[in-house]
Write a protein that binds this ligand. Structure first.
Ligand code: AMP
Length: 175
């Protein structure tokens, strides 16, 4: 199967100025999801950057679920959700991390990953890197290793990937 080049996938990302608040240029992935060919091409492009011998794909709530689950299906690897607090029903491990204003909390089921597991983290967009950095920490606290972080979009000017170093990072589209 041929993969659509990045230039074309870019056409399926819609910019919404001043959402959810003034000064934020929101990258809306809805047009990409709505187009079967573009969504499939995006998943295939993510799959190209999957390291070998991955035990699980970890998706970050909520748009990371869409791309993470699609990638899991395509590659035959299981999917593990990382969720906002109070959503996961079984025993959880949590991490608190800094947001622009205040703090956020992410949770994972304690039995979702085991010591030595090698995982890939997927989200729609890498901005400051705070969310993905907290996710890596959460996974490492369970004894697993993050082999790579994959994003559909990266906002290069926020230098988020520096926060994820030395974890390999790949993004399909750069702004
Ligand atoms: P950060 O922790 O700053 O890297 O932010 C990453 C998270 O916030 C991702 O889960 C994104 O879905 C969301 N996000 C941040 N900035 C944007 C943006 N400009 N457009 C769409 N989503 C964003």
């Amino acid at each position: 199967m041929t993969t659509k080049p990045a230039l074309q996938l870019r056409d399926y990302i819609r910019n919404i100025p001043d959402f959810p608040k003034p000064g934020i240029n929101f990258k809306d992935i809805s047009p990409l999801l709505a187009d079967g060919e573009a969504f499939s091409a995006c998943t295939s492009e993510l799959a190209v950057h999957m390291p070998d011998d991955i035990d699980a794909i970890v998706g970050i709530e909520s748009r990371g679920f869409l791309f993470g689950a699609a990638l899991a299906q395509q590659t035959g690897v299981g999917f593990v959700p990382i969720r906002k607090p109070g959503k996961l029903p079984a025993d959880t491990h949590a991490i608190e991390y800094e947001l622009e204003y205040g703090t956020g909390i992410l949770e994972i089921h304690r039995d979702a990953l085991s010591q030595g597991h090698k995982v890939v983290v997927v989200d729609d967009l890498l901005a400051t890197g705070g969310t993905a950095a907290a996710t890596i920490q959460l996974i490492e606290q369970l004894g697993a290793e993050v082999a790579a972080c994959l994003f559909v979009i990266e906002l290069d000017f926020l230098a988020g990937r520096e926060k994820l170093s030395p974890t390999p990072v790949h993004s399909i589209l750069h702004y």
